[in-house]
Design a protein around this ligand. Structure first.
Ligand code: UD1
Ligand code: MG
Length: 469
């Protein structure tokens, strides 16, 4: 049989019930920065191959329960190359790994790295370090069979404990619920991440017995089995912040906070100016170019890019938007999906924009709704302008030409187009298209009645006095 080059099999366990989340949603579909936990793990393992010392190819398998159809759909759309393996019954982490191995043809020198779908903050560089560490040539006393990634959480409460001898060699892993009081004192904990030589994993998996207490096969029991087979076992310590497990809603909120902080620091390092970074919320895919200024209290939903030199003022809510160079947004602006704000364009307070393009230098500075619209370069949308885009059944477009001026409190009833440099008189209701350079005024003509106001004042005040008396 011809041997293929060795490869790395990455297995992500995600079939657990997640009962501690007290949620109808599978645990791994809960979001951090708008992306499911599982998506974060998949993202961290993308393009991993190029960071590995030996550049071996990576084959990813995600283990799911058969009922998790929405998770399977997510995996298929997010990471097309990932294979899904099903664990029919949730019989523990070792059993889940066995399910992943069915259908994989492992060679002895292959590497198998196991990650958990509920450990979303792991960095790509750390995964690469773990894989490389397994194959480090400096340790020749025995083939390293397994690398266990350990951590020292501030509160190690429910994590498995790494029981080591005096020389620091890992002897076994004890789950918290089965630990003795002395073992519970240990602060070095199991992160769940483990890398195995395939030769080792294939030997130890069949040796893992079901726990008497709950019938589960624990992957953590692989350590004692590996020792029995005389494999070398190594531990690698990584910061808790990267391998914190999410098991409860509290954990989820904490992981979100950690992730947000990481993103803020990344953007600050890239030259983004933020006076109160702790108040700015990013999506997992937000792109902020250098020299952007973000004022306090800004929310970024999915798919936002802000280009260099732009200023986003306080309390703006932005999703699905491209903001070009030197634009000014907010305060209190709302940009919804499909928005493109051109260079040096301005969107001011209480302006909502949806599925609309503002060309360079155009402005909507106050209190407007602009939806399903195109606004030409340097056009000015006056305060209170509404594009009436929806007739209760269908959406219609509004086209506003470059240099057009829309007077305050105008309604543009779509479909409608306003020509280049046209002027719309304030408070107009525009139902028909306006030509280039035209002035359109569509409001009730004003009538004046001499001295009528004076008479009204006199009559009414007399009447009021009589009623009070
Ligand atoms: C696990 C470890 C524990 C470690 C902790 C780190 C075991 C036995 N325990 O505990 O030592 O400190 O993670 O976060 O490994 N899963 C399956 N199928 C199953 C059971 C679980 O796919 O039958 C998946 C879950 O979806 C989850 C992961 O495995 O992504 C870990 O399971 P979980 O129940 O969260 O284990 P912990 O109690 O956190
Ligand atoms: Mg867990």
């Amino acid at each position: 049989m011809i041997k293929r080059p060795s490869q790395t099999c990455l297995i992500i366990l995600a079939a657990g019930n997640g009962t501690r989340m007290v949620s109808k949603k599978p645990k791994v579909m809960h979001n951090i920065a708008g992306l499911p936990l599982l998506g974060h793990v998949l993202k961290a393992t993308r393009k991993l191959s190029s960071s590995l010392a030996n550049k071996t190819s990576i084959a990813t398998t995600v283990v799911l329960a058969p009922a998790m159809t929405d998770v399977a759909e997510f995996v298929t759309s997010f990471e097309k190359s990932a294979r899904i393996a099903y664990q029919t019954e949730q019989l523990g982490t070792a059993h889940a790994v066995s399910c992943a191995l069915e259908g994989l043809s492992l060679q002895e020198e292959d590497t198998v790295i196991i990650l958990f779908g509920d450990t979303p903050l792991i960095k790509s560089s750390t995964v690469a370090t773990v894989i490389d560490f397994l194959s480090m040539p400096s340790r020749q006393e025995a083939v390293t069979g397994v690398v266990v990634v350990g951590m020292t959480p501030p509160d190690p409460n429910a994590y498995g404990r790494l029981v080591c001898d005096q020389a620091g060699k890992l002897l076994k892993i004890v789950e918290f619920k089965h630990a003795t009081d002395v073992e519970k004192e240990i602060t070095f904990c199991n992160s769940g991440v483990m890398a195995f030589k395939a030769s080792c994993l294939k030997k130890v998996l069949p040796d893992i017995k079901a726990q008497k207490a709950n019938g589960e096969h624990y992957l953590t029991d692989a350590i004692e089995a590996a020792r029995a087979h005389k494999f070398d076992i190594q531990t690698l310590s990584v910061p808790f912040e990267e391998v914190e497990g999410v098991n409860t809603q509290r954990d989820l909120a904490q992981a979100e906070a950690r992730y947000q902080n990481r993103r803020r620091l990344e953007f600050l390092d890239l030259g983004c100016v933020m006076v109160a970074p702790e108040t700015v919320y990013f999506s997992h895919d937000t792109v902020i170019e250098p020299n952007v200024t973000l004022e306090p209290n800004i929310f970024f939903g999915p798919q936002v890019t802000v280009k260099s030199g732009s200023l986003i003022k306080a309390f703006s809510h932005i999703e699905g938007a491209l903001i070009e160079e030197k634009a000014v947004i907010g305060p209190f602006a709302r940009l919804r999906p499909g928005t493109i704000i051109g260079q040096e364009a301005r969107i001011g307070n209480f302006v909502e924009v949806k599925n609309a393009t503002f060309a360079s230098g155009s402005k909507a500075n106050h209190l407007s709704y602009v939806g399903d619209a195109t606004v030409g370069a340097k056009a000015n949308i006056g305060a209170g302008t509404i594009t009436c885009n929806y007739d209760g059944y269908f959406k219609h477009r509004t086209e506003i030409g470059e240099g057009a001026f829309i007077g305050s409190n105008s309604c543009l009833v779509a479909p409608v187009s306003i020509g280049k440099n046209a002027i719309i008189g304030a408070a107009s209701t525009i139902t028909e298209s306006v030509e280039d350079d035209e002035l359109a005024v569509a409001r009730a003509p004003q009538k004046a009645f001499a001295d009528k106001a004076k008479k009204i004042h006199e009559t009414k005040s007399k009447l009021k006095k009589q009623r009070v008396a």
